[in-house]
Structure formats: structure tokens, C-alpha cells
Write a new protein. Structure first.
Length: 126
């Protein structure tokens, strides 16, 4: 077994710290959106406005406690935010992280299209 590198040697270079942090943030967004219940909640919140837990659980079999836990996961990922209105918490979409995820997927899509184009050109040339 090789000796473990010192902590300083394991840290990313200064120029890489910001992109790595952005990737970690995006990973949290994609992980949060990977759950069907959370994805449904985001779809409801995309309608705009603010929603209470009671409104978000109306006509569903999911409990208020479960919805609250899912919303907290989405909030940690930066996808939703809440405000207090008396004893109630009102939830709304926070589109900043969703827009960043969308831009990332568009970039990856362009990269794939380019790679597939090069592969097609190579296959046709041989």
C-alpha cells in the first residue's frame, strides 16, 4: 500500500477549485432531481407562485412529513426556497440552479453532437 499524500498535495490547484465546487453543486441538483417525488414537486412549483405543504400534498398519497423532507433536500441543492408566513412555510422554485443545470446539459449535448460528428466522419472515411 502506498503512503497517503499530504493534504496539500490532495487539494485541487487554485484554478480548479471553482469548477470543482460548481460540479459538486450541480451534482447535488441532479441527485435531488433524480427522485420521482422531488421531480414532481419541482414540476408543481414550476407553475409559479408559492405553495404550502398542504397545497403540495393535496390529492396525493404522500404525507406532509415526507413532502417536507423532500423539499428540504431540494432546498439544500438550491432548487427551492421557503419563506415563513405565520406558522406556515411557503415554498417556491429558485430557478438559478435549474438554469445552471440546463446550461450544463446543453453544453454536454453540444459536446456529444461534436464527438458523434467526428465519429461519423471517421467511419465514413474508412
Amino acid at each position: 500500500m502506498s503512503p497517503r499524500k499530504p493534504a496539500a498535495a490532495r487539494r485541487p490547484a487554485a484554478g480548479l477549485a471553482a469548477p470543482l465546487q460548481a460540479n459538486e453543486t450541480l451534482a447535488r441538483v441532479f441527485a435531488a432531481l433524480g427522485d420521482p417525488t422531488r421531480l414532481r414537486l419541482v414540476a408543481v412549483l414550476c407553475a409559479g407562485g408559492t405553495f404550502s405543504i398542504a397545497q403540495l400534498t393535496a390529492n396525493t398519497a404522500i404525507t406532509r412529513q415526507a413532502v417536507t423532507k423532500h423539499l428540504n433536500v431540494l432546498a439544500l441543492a438550491g432548487v427551492v426556497r421557503d419563506t415563513k408566513a405565520g406558522r406556515e412555510r411557503l415554498w417556491q422554485l429558485d430557478p438559478v440552479q435549474i438554469e445552471q443545470a440546463k446550461r450544463t446539459l446543453e453544453t454536454v449535448g453540444r459536446q456529444w453532437e461534436s464527438a458523434l460528428g467526428r465519429l461519423k466522419a471517421f467511419a465514413e472515411a474508412t
